[in-house]
Every structure is written in C-alpha cells, then in structure tokens.
Design a protein around this ligand. Structure first.
Ligand code: FE2
Length: 235
C-alpha cells in the first residue's frame, strides 16, 4: 500500500515536472526575434498636403480650446502631468473627422489586407474554408481623432497604447491598432520613436502599429517650431 502511494506520488511529481518543463518551453523561449515585431509597424503617405494645412489652420483659430495632455493612472485612478513638458490636445470636430475619414479607412484597410494575406495563406488548408470577411474585417470602429500640438520643450513620454478607458460616447473597447498622423514636418526635434527606433515621418504620413505592450513609443522633445499631429485608435 505504502509502495503504491509512493509510486503514485512519484509519478504525479514526474508528471507535474514534465508539464512544467513543457510549459516553460512554450512560454519562455530562449530566443525572440524582435525584428519580426517591427514588421507590424506600417507608414503610408495618404493625407493631401492641402488637408494637412487646413487642419492646422482650423485648429489654430481663436475659438479652439486646446488643453494640456495628462496621464491616467489606473492603479490610483487619477490623472497626472508635468505641465511644462506636456503637449496640447483637442478633439477634432465632426466635419474634420469626416474630411479625414477616407484616408484613415484606407490606411486601416491596407494594414488589414497586408497582414491578412499571410493569415489567408495559412488558413487555406482549413476545411471548411473561412469566409472572405474573416480575412479583412477585424477592425470595426475608429475612435474620434485627437489633435496633438507640441511647442518647443514639450514631448510625449514613452508609453504603450493599451488604453482601458477607451469610450467614444457609445462604444467601449480597447484599441487594436494605433493610428498616428503627421500634419507638418517643419519643426526641430520631435522624432517619433517606436520600440526605441526612429520612425521617419513626413507631412501626410499615417503610421499604424499594434496598440499593445510590445510597442512602447514616444515623441522626443521639440527643439524648434511647432509639431502638429493627430492620433486615433481602431478597436
Ligand atoms: Fe500613444
């Protein structure tokens, strides 16, 4: 009886150890190819120069109320900021959002198509075949566009876009894809860094990347002029 118990315990321990070893193999690979992570950062030059200019002009009108950007802390449930380093933010008007809509949609469609093609090749062996929709429609919504204005001395500190309070007034969600647009490029400093790499951007560019913990990003301090950009999230 005792021997049987011992055998069972030993077998149990061995089974637990084997499962743990297997789990470690899967969960803790010795090597991660971070270069592949960079493959999911995409830049497309889509916004016409004229639209960039008019968005800057409109957002600079006297009646437009910019406010200081601040950071929300989920742990302590409060907002914080260092005002002298923070950029200014203002939400787009419905008309502005409409004028940018087709470019944002195109950027997102291209993004989904690019990465879904690879998925499609993988899924073609499935029986039954997945529907066409499954390849291209995993993005359902785009949040309201927010303009960002950076004066000299301001920056956006390193963060990830895993926003847990995204709410557009009707729908709640977490962002899947971050969308960043650049409206001008005649400023100094202000480099956009993603995963510690500089992403070269020019006026009219739309930059897309996954909004998760693997894509920390920042905007370096502005040294000359004013930097205008916008941000939105697909969810
Ligand atoms: Fe961000």
């Amino acid at each position: 009886m005792e021997e049987k118990l011992f055998t069972n315990e030993r077998e149990t321990r061995q089974a637990i150890q084997a499962a743990a070893d297997q789990a470690n193999k899967v969960r803790l690979p010795n090597f991660i190819n971070w270069k592949c992570v960079d493959d999911y950062i995409m830049v497309q030059n889509l916004i016409p120069a004229q639209l960039c200019k008019s968005l800057i002009r409109e957002s600079s009108l006297p009646g437009i109320k910019w406010s200081k950007h601040s950071w929300y802390n989920y742990g302590s449930d409060h907002f914080s900021s260092v005002p002298e380093k923070e950029l200014d933010v203002v939400n787009s008007s419905p008309e502005q959002f409409k004028s940018m809509g087709k470019y944002l949609e195109k950027a997102l469609l291209n993004y989904q198509k690019k990465y879904s093609t690879l998925l499609k090749e993988k899924m073609l062996n499935q029986n039954p075949l997945p529907s066409k929709k499954q390849f291209t429609s995993w993005i359902r919504h785009i949040s309201q566009v927010r303009f960002n204005r950076y004066h000299v001395g301001t920056k956006m500190r390193t963060h990830c876009d895993h926003i847990q309070s995204l709410f557009d007034g009707k729908l709640k969600g977490i962002p899947i894809i971050s969308i960043v647009g650049l409206l001008n490029d005649n400023y100094g400093g202000g480099a956009f860094m993603c995963r510690d790499k500089k992403i070269n951007l020019i006026r009219g560019d739309i930059l897309l990347f996954p909004s998760n913990f693997m894509y920390p990003h920042e905007v370096k301090e502005i040294t000359k002029g004013i930097r205008y950009s916008f941000v939105s999230w697909a969810f």
